[in-house]
Design a protein around this ligand. Sequence first.
Ligand code: XUL
Ligand code: CO
Length: 440
Amino acid sequence: MKEFFPNVPEIKYEGKESKNPFAFHYYNPDQIVLGKPMKEHLPFAMAWWHNLCATGVDIFGSGTADKSFGEKPGTMEHAKAKVDAGFEFMKKLGIKYFCFHDVDLVPECADINDTNKELDEISDYILEKMKGTDIECLWGTANMFSNPRFMNGAGSTNSADVYAFAAAQIKKALDITVKLGGRGYVFWGGREGYETLLNTDVKFEVENIARLMKMAVAYGRSIGFKGDFYIEPKPKEPMKHQYDFDAATSIGFLKQYGLDKDFKLNIEANHATLAGHTFQHDLRVAAINGMLGSVDVNQGDFLLGWDTDEFPYDVYTSTAAMYEILKNGGLTGGLNFDAKNRRPSYTHEDMFLAFILGMDTFALGLLKAAKMIEDGRVDQFIERKYASFHETEVGQKILNNEIDLKGLSDYALKLRAPALPGSGRQEMLEAIVNDILFGQ
Ligand code: XUL
Ligand code: CO
């Protein structure tokens, strides 16, 4: 079997003293953290599209990275070489999961019947490749945003034929996801939104999206898909306004259309920040609604207003994220690197160095989040903050729904003026987090 990355060895854990860039310094798969091996806390996934397809093309210039893997792009030989390269890559890094869009796997043909034949062939090839490995499919999805036919959206399109075409792609992507044993199926509504309300019937579009998702659930369940469907919220880009704006909006939509039993959310860090939230905020909103399913961990850049899909390096953020994930009792999905190398980091070695950075960043985040929980100061503070509801008669009555508005008003009038609530102590808490991150 041809080796695609001969310059890169299997990446091992060497600890923080090691200066070897081709080694993990914090990600130690079998190290037990809060009773579970790190590799179970951190179900890392490789995104087919960025890692095996993207060459660094941007609107100002062509690609810098060679992802041909010795074959001519646009052919099935190339599609298979990507499978071979991808499996070598995942094995060398100890990554257990992959995610894909339909058209990441094969070149899209003019006739969907031909694309579907290619998808059958490549999924057979991937299935064969998976045998004897512990590599699994985390989730699949259909790319319903690149092809010009989706210019006005897929579920939100104004064309009934394009809508049918979207359905056909979803059906096939679900077939393949099930065939590969995928844990989840993602809807990222890249073009489900609008540029101007002057040409858009929002109610019509949103209802049609829900209709398509319901059909997807019915079909998925009929072919034995037991996993979760996910919405991946994002507020904008490519559209000016996207309907799945953030976690809260998406949850409201899912509940309104009765999709909340079959769907959870796939929260992406930079999508949350584009919505004006922190990553942690959207993780929390999903978690408290029982809908934190999976995560795209790539980060953005606060100085840029777009989705930069960077490999995460910010340990403050990865700690906050892992804190939410630990509190959620883990994920039914995984931690997908929907991330790409910066354009000047164009070599095959850079692909590995990027994953080492991302995996170490989340390993550090896990270790620090576990410390935060074991340390207990932050959790205790939050618990004490609401003590008046638990420790006073009026507080208990409120929580037990034993008092009405007039009763509370009578109580307040008797009190005449309440004392100020306890201090929020934000600065003290931030100092505690710094101590846990950098002092211990
Ligand atoms: C785009 C994005 C997508 C989804 C899958 O911003 O995140 O790659 O993760 O379609
Ligand atoms: Co994503």
